[in-house]
Design a protein around this ligand. Structure first.
Ligand code: SF4
Ligand code: SF4
Length: 401
């Protein structure tokens, strides 16, 4: 048993920072679900706290706690424990395996996209526990995994392996290819390593075995690249949190520490090279006002807001940073009917704040945040890499494959 909970002094700062507690009266918040209840839990005993599944794993409580207690991790461990008996509804099983689902949906993309937009089909999905308020993001046949797997000569000194994750893979491969081509144009050898889902959806749906299996497959490949002198890059902040924190931590993956030490957010990586004088970029003006929604998992990474720091070098760009709201979707959490109301309420609060900035568009590093906030605000949403690409497109051309 992890004894971190004993450091809790019951200050309730985490409760103040919990978005789910704010809108869902059935959830007692991180203090009670985490350290308070942990005092009465025993190893090997299954929790009877049904509300344990209401936590979205946004990790805001952990960022807020001044005493180093990790309420979200205590709750996650209990979700997994609880999951053995109670947390395995068909919808959770489905979302645990969302990678395989994405694989199939991408192959059947035009047909699958049409099907999930039909009302009758949505009703059937709702019967099986899938929420109805959000449109599914379209899947693309030309996924990242079917894109050209490398760019730049193998003789180049700087080498990066890009972990693009499921969202860029199946839903927005155009952004993934821009990132690949951007790094190639900056003089890197870029590899798109063979990869599967980072494992986060499985972990968040109570399926530790699947999360470990996926993580082990990724770790084996990424570790080989690291041994050959590659740094690993990620764009999705939730994938980044898995690779750098949960692989060596919760999942206890053999090469986890090596991966964590050699893995970087793409913007963090570019900034590091600029700061070290190893890169010289000529930013072209982009005239736009942008409302930057900071994803919860970017805050949890503890690397600051590198995209904001990088993009502030672009002339003409006006960025308003909003970092005190959760979008509410939290990956597959908001796609479950039982969380629909919570997810929707949080999304509406965040969308309203974004609209009040009167910006031209929303920006967020996380595809799920963009999906939720764009649909609820009616504003277009972009990945920071798209704006970076636009500014640097005088030197970069993206290819279709
Ligand atoms: S977990 Fe941390 S923030 Fe929450 S009540 Fe305990 S000490 Fe305070
Ligand atoms: S992870 Fe997020 S939803 Fe869960 S208890 Fe912490 S702040 Fe609340």
């Amino acid at each position: 048993m992890n004894f971190d909970f004993q450091h809790c002094i019951r200050c309730t700062i985490c409760v103040e920072n919990c978005p789910v507690f704010r809108v869902n009266p059935d959830f007692p918040g991180p203090k009670q679900s985490g350290p308070d209840s942990q005092r009465f839990r025993c190893d090997g005993e299954t929790s009877v706290d049904q509300w344990i599944g209401l936590c979205s794993q946004c990790k805001r409580c952990e960022v807020a706690c001044p005493y180093g207690v990790n309420p979200a991790e205590i709750i996650l461990r209990e979700q997994l424990n609880y999951g053995k008996k109670h947390f395995r509804a068909p919808v959770s099983r489905l979302f645990s395996n969302v990678y395989y689902l994405g694989n199939l949906t991408s192959l059947l993309a035009p047909l699958a996209n049409k099907l999930v937009s039909v009302k009758f089909v949505r009703r059937i999905m709702a019967f099986f526990g899938i929420s109805e308020y959000l449109n599914f993001p379209p899947y693309r046949f030309h996924a990242m995994e079917r894109s050209w797997p490398w760019k730049g000569s193998s003789k180049r000194a700087r080498k990066v392996a890009f972990f693009y994750g499921c969202y860029l893979n199946y839903n927005r491969p155009d952004i993934g290819r821009k990132i690949r081509d951007l790094f190639a144009s900056m003089g890197f050898r870029v590899i798109l390593p063979r990869q599967v889902c980072c494992g986060l959806p499985a972990l968040g749906n109570g399926d530790l075995a699947t999360a470990r299996r996926l993580a082990n497959r990724n770790a084996a490949i990424l570790a080989q690249y690291i041994d050959r002198g590659y740094d690993v890059l990620y764009a999705c902040t939730s994938c980044g949190l898995m690779l750098t924190r949960d692989y060596p931590g919760m999942l206890d993956i053999e090469a986890g520490k090596k991966i964590a030490e050699n893995t970087y957010n793409i913007h963090e990586y570019i900034l590091k090279l600029l700061d070290e004088g190893l890169l010289d970029l000529n930013f072209k003006a982009v005239a736009a006002k942008i409302a930057y929604h900071i994803p919860c998992h970017l805050r949890a990474l503890g690397i600051g807001y590198p995209a904001a720091r990088l993009l502030e070098r672009i002339p003409g760009l006006d960025i308003a940073v909003l970092d005190d709201m959760c979008c509410g979707l939290a990956g597959t959490y908001g796609f479950k009917k039982k969380n629909q109301e919570t997810s929707f309420k949080l999304g509406v609060i965040a969308a309203q704040a974004l609209k009040e900035t009167a910006a031209d568009c929303i920006m967020a590093d996380c595809g799920a945040c963009r999906l939720q906030l764009s649909q609820l605000s009616g504003m277009p949403a972009r990945d920071p890499a798209e704006i970076l690409f636009e500014s640097l497109n005088n030197v970069v051309n993206s290819s279709k494959r």
